[in-house]
Structures are given as structure tokens and as C-alpha cells.
Design a protein around this ligand. Structure first.
Ligand SMILES: [Zn+2]
Length: 143
């Protein structure tokens, strides 16, 4: 399909690829360090309750950060895979091109801005439905 190369030329793809590789390297490094920190955390000396809650909180935030980093790493790896199989920059939903500006801001985006917005509006509508039913029924029972 010729469409695939319409929005992104080889030079740009290489730029994205090296940018993503760079981020991948940095993230791997960060995750490695975080894992070392977690290991250091797992052999605590006896702690009083205040220290213990501090310890638990920082351990949890460490884990949260690590899982966030892992999630991003996965996205970056998927983006690199899409670069090699030629689907990078193509919306997974409508198969239209993802805008270059969007890719530069979010190289791991898999949806074009329209599909992303549609998904967000759908999610918001779901949310609003839940929120709207409550005050409505409250108003009815108030009458
Ligand atoms: Zn789309």
C-alpha cells in the first residue's frame, strides 16, 4: 500500500526511530535503578509505626512509578515495532494518517486525533450518564 508512506518519509521515520530508541534506553535505565531501589527497600530494619507508614508510602509510590515507566516502555516498544512493520503513523481505528504534530508530541500514539477525541467523548458521555441520573432522581423525590 502506497498510502503508508504518504504522511511520513523515510527520513522522518528514522528521526522517530532514533528518538524512540533514545527514550527506550533512558527508560530501561530508570527502571533498572528503580528495581534496585525496590530491592534495597525490601530488607527493612525494625520500624516504628510512623516510619513504617512512610516506608509503605514510598514503596508504593516507587512501585507506581515503576509500573508507569514499564507501561511507557511498552508503548515505545510497540511504536518501534510499528516503525519496522510500516504501520507507524497510521490510525489503528480509521487507518487514516495520524498528524505529524501529534506524532511529534506523542510518538507512541496509535489513534489519530479524531478517533482519540471520539473515544474521549464516548467515555465522557458514559461518565455524564452516571452523574446525571443521580441529581435527576433526587429532584424527582424532592417534589
Ligand atoms: Zn482515526
Amino acid at each position: 500500500m502506497d498510502m503508508r508512506n504518504q504522511s511520513l518519509d523515510k527520513h522522518l521515520l528514522l528521526q522517530f526511530k532514533s528518538g524512540l530508541r533514545e527514550q527506550q534506553r533512558e527508560l530501561l535505565h530508570t527502571i533498572e535503578n528503580a528495581e534496585k531501589e525496590v530491592q534495597d527497600f525490601s530488607a527493612p530494619v525494625p520500624l516504628d509505626p510512623i516510619d513504617l507508614s512512610c516506608y509503605t508510602a514510598s514503596k508504593e509510590s516507587l512501585f507506581a512509578r515503576a509500573s508507569q515507566d514499564r507501561g511507557r516502555l511498552r508503548l515505545i516498544q510497540q511504536a518501534l515495532e510499528r516503525i519496522s512493520d510500516g504501520s507507524f503513523g497510521i490510525c489503528a481505528e480509521c487507518e487514516g494518517p495520524i498528524g505529524l504534530k501529534r506524532l511529534q508530541a506523542l510518538p507512541w500514539a496509535i489513534h489519530c486525533i479524531q478517533c482519540q477525541e471520539k473515544a474521549e467523548v464516548a467515555r465522557l458521555a458514559e461518565h455524564l450518564n452516571l452523574d446525571v441520573t443521580l441529581p435527576h432522581s433526587a429532584r424527582v423525590s424532592g417534589l
